[in-house]
Design a binder for this molecule. Structure first.
Ligand code: SF4
Length: 328
């Protein structure tokens, strides 16, 4: 654990200082950064409006900022008029979606995170090798819908828990592979994968699982501070899988945790009678919201900020061809 700096906000005569531990890494990952950049570059290239199928990333602030620049968010391609470009979100889409866009002659740009696309390709390869796939993920999440939609119906079975593993009845237990959603709980997934390997010793899969670097780093960063904190605030959207997992990680360590979208969501009661507060942000929450939350906390209590760094991240994903920014 690395404690690079601390900052004090204090006025004489004020209440006791609240130590605020800020987890790092937190907030935007390379996939989210790339997806937002794709929408911005598409707006520059084509002009407004650019349609986006589903929230580009699960964050209202980000979506509203792109709306203000001319992006229009829809849930179905049927809502995209002919002749305008459409971007697919970072979560990935079932194969039927680009197929439909092509049928309609729509110009589409795929902002699927390359780490999600990697899982799609793994699914295709396992299917081509004649293996049935057990996919570990949360039913209804857009990434899960997108990954299940890479293969024909029945080629994958979704499991969400260790209990689901006991109920599996695959076509051939010797021809099984597992894959996972990228934004799961590292600990839960380890248990589910162990249960799969115990029940189906011949099952193949990625080394470890497909949980992405950003998800695991943010969970590790919370584990590093949660034990020191009386309470933890996670900045993220209620439909953001990786943000919800951060809340769970803290709660499992016995630290009460709250998901907030903005500073205004903070209940002042959370800050009364505590000595240390932890703050982190899910992969789709921008740093400006982290600052907003810290500043809101500082309005209620004098604070001392300390950033706790558990990993350095330098990941950058390439932009799709044809959408590179113009040279300065
Ligand atoms: S959380 Fe992981 S999988 Fe999702 S966009 Fe970020 S890097 Fe990609």
């Amino acid at each position: 654990m690395n404690l690079p700096h601390s900052t004090t906000h204090r006025q004489d005569g004020e209440a006791a200082e609240l130590m605020v531990l800020i987890a790092a890494p937190r907030g935007f990952c390379a996939g989210v950064d790339r997806a937002i950049r794709i929408v911005e570059l598409a707006l520059q290239k084509y002009g407004a409006p650019v349609y986006v199928r589903h929230e580009i990333v699960h964050n209202r602030y980000v979506v509203d900022a792109l709306k203000a620049k001319g992006a229009i968010f829809v849930e179905s391609l049927d809502r995209v008029p002919d002749g305008v470009p459409v971007v697919f979100s970072a979560h990935g889409v079932p194969k039927a979606v680009p197929a439909k866009a092509e049928m309609r002659g729509l110009d589409y740009i795929d902002a699927t995170c390359p780490l999600v696309s990697k899982v799609h390709r793994q699914a295709e390869r396992a299917h081509e090798a004649g293996r049935h796939i057990v996919f570990v993920g949360h039913a209804g999440h857009p990434e899960v819908i997108g990954t299940l939609g890479q293969l024909p119906d029945g080629a994958m079975t979704l499991v969400e828990s260790v209990d689901d593993v006991a109920n599996l009845s695959p076509p051939d237990p010797d021809m099984l592979s597992f894959l996972t959603q990228t934004t799961l709980s590292v600990d839960d997934t380890r248990d589910i994968v162990a249960a799969l390997q115990h029940r189906f010793p011949a099952i193949s899969g990625p080394r470890g699982e497909d949980i992405c670097y950003a998800t695991s780093n943010r969970q590790e960063a919370v584990k590093a501070i949660a034990g020191e904190c009386d309470r933890l605030i996670v900045i993220g959207a209620p439909n953001s899988s990786n943000s919800l997992r951060l809340v769970e990680v803290a709660e499992r360590m016995g630290t009460p945790a709250h998901l907030v979208q903005r500073g205004i969501d903070i209940d002042p009661e959370w800050l009364a009678d505590i000595g240390t507060l932890g703050i982190t942000a899910g992969a789709s929450a921008p740093e400006t919201l982290v600052r907003e939350v810290i500043d809101t906390v500082a309005k209620h209590r004098p604070i001392v900020e300390q950033v706790v760094v558990t990993a350095e991240e330098n990941m950058i994903f390439k932009l799709p061809r044809g959408l590179e920014p113009a040279a300065a």
